[in-house]
Design a protein. Structure first.
Length: 151
């Protein structure tokens, strides 16, 4: 027993201990993918918004129009998959969660953006926006202006 204790002290002080394993930190692949998908979707949306001014140039409008259409189809899918991967990345144990939280936030905001677009498209298709809200506002403003002129 005394000899074993001396060996442990020797190993401790001189670094000869080999009875432990170095465990590499786990990687949060779903969190990283969520962040990447969110950034790709965000860059795609910004490209689609900013590149529409090039649609007036002949021959360029074909390429830009194709890219905008491609982005409009792929971007919502990336956002949805990125949101799900962000939830998976945040709920994983013993993994870094920074990129997963950032990806979840980016994808949640973009998901709200797409839901807002869907609601606006439905309201426009039903005719509630153009004839309902703005026409009512215009009538209200005209009525108040007429009342001010009369008084």
């Amino acid at each position: 027993m005394d000899n074993n204790n001396q060996n442990q002290n020797y190993n401790y002080y001189y670094g000869a201990v080999n009875n432990y394993e170095v465990v590499a930190p786990k990687k949060n692949i779903p969190g990283l993918l969520s962040f990447i998908f969110g950034l790709v979707a965000l860059v795609g949306i910004l490209f689609a918004c900013c590149s529409s001014m090039f649609l007036i140039i002949p021959w360029v409008n074909v390429v830009v129009g194709f890219l905008i259409g491609f982005i409009d189809v792929i971007s919502p899918l990336l956002v949805l998959v990125g949101f799900i991967l962000g939830i998976v990345g945040v709920t994983r144990k013993n993994c870094p969660k920074g990129l997963a939280i950032a990806g979840l936030i980016i994808n949640a905001l973009l998901l709200l953006y797409y839901l807002m677009l869907i609601v606006l498209a439905i309201l426009t298709a039903l005719g509630l926006i153009t004839t309902g809200i703005f026409a009512g506002l215009a009538e209200y403003l005209q009525y108040n202006n007429l009342q001010d002129m009369i008084n």
